[in-house]
Design a protein around this ligand. Structure first.
Ligand code: HEM
Length: 292
């Protein structure tokens, strides 16, 4: 698979400014809720006019392991509701055979999809071609609390907010936010079974990529649809904005060890800080960054 990035920034910001310019807030590392109003029409609209992205997704969906797609009985009901949404947005066509399953939908739609059933508060279905180092098979059937349990300190810090948010999301309403991490390649598929090379003390600056996971949460009659798009940038790009460079440095410097371990970066952080400082010294007195 070739290294490249898939732009989601035009969709989520409406501008041609790279999204990393507004990703970080000042201060040390923390799990932040940072939810804002979302636009499902724009988020799910096709972004890759070449068709390369859909082609890659279709190849992944055909993987013999079947590890990129999973559903439960409740998930079939939710999938039908997601089909309604996708047709209403005018972004997919009914299958010629009338099938309304998750696979036929995912073959036409560019974003990854995860559905949560509101009555059980559990993940009921998913079609995730570009997971950020997690396995759909371990997630389907679990409650959100259980899914998030592997993320150090997330539940104690913002678990309540997450639960309140998903429970109060009305059908048709959308909100969005981002997760981020650093990886050793710009590859999109970071399924654990692919076994990508980890970031460790042997890295060079050219091997470090910022991976942004753009998420949208859209209310369904019986649950919540989480749409995900991945965008990657060379870490080096961030040096063009000294404030962002400094904030990225601060996030890494203050990342708790258990979080760094969860993000598969524990062996790499001192080296990343070293190569960042060597490439462009961290501005100590630059203006305070204001998130736009
Ligand atoms: C439908 C709702 C949601 C689903 C299905 C979901 C699913 C997931 C999954 C599968 C993971 C990866 C867990 C692993 O590593 O095994 C994850 C991580 C995470 N989730 Fe959620 N989530 C949902 C809602 C939220 C919300 C509303 C927030 C808001 C703060 C949130 C914040 C996070 C964070 C911060 C992580 C860790 C990401 C990282 O690696 O940095 N999630 N979630």
């Amino acid at each position: 698979m070739t290294e490249r990035s898939v732009s989601a920034s035009k969709v989520t910001t409406g501008e041609n400014v790279p999204f990393w310019k507004r990703l970080f807030a000042p201060g040390g590392f923390e799990w932040a809720f940072r939810m804002r109003k979302g636009d499902a029409q724009a988020f799910f609209a096709p972004q890759d006019s070449t068709g390369t992205l859909l082609k890659e997704r279709n190849e992944i969906l055909d993987h013999p392991s079947g590890r990129y797609l999973a559903t439960t009985t409740a998930g079939e009901v939710l999938t039908d509701q997601v089909w309604d949404l996708a047709l209403e947005l005018g972004q997919v066509k009914e299958s010629p055979d009338g099938k309304r399953d998750l696979l036929s939908l995912s073959r036409q739609w560019e974003a990854d999809l995860v559905m949560m059933d509101i009555s059980t508060k559990s993940v009921a279905a998913g079609s995730v071609c570009f997971p950020s180092s997690w396995d759909l098979a371990h997630v389907v059937g679990k409650t959100l609390d259980e899914v998030h349990e592997v993320v150090p300190k997330l539940n104690p810090q913002i678990g309540e907010m997450i639960n309140r948010f998903v429970q109060s999301l009305s059908p048709g309403k959308s909100f969005c936010r981002e997760n981020w991490s650093f990886t050793r390649t710009a590859d999109l598929d970071y399924h654990p079974a692919v076994g990508r090379r980890r970031l460790d003390e042997s890295l060079t600056l050219d091997e470090v990529f910022l991976r942004i996971e753009h998420q949208i949460f859209t209310g369904l009659p019986d649950g919540v649809l989480m749409g995900v798009r991945i965008e990657t940038f060379p870490l080096k790009d961030l040096a063009t904005d000294p404030d962002v460079w400094r904030m990225a440095y601060e996030k890494l410097q203050t990342m708790p060890e258990d979080v760094a371990n969860y993000k598969s970066m524990d062996a790499a952080i001192p080296k990343i800080l070293e190569v960042m400082e060597a490439y462009q010294p961290i501005a100590k007195n630059s203006r305070t960054f204001v998130a736009k």
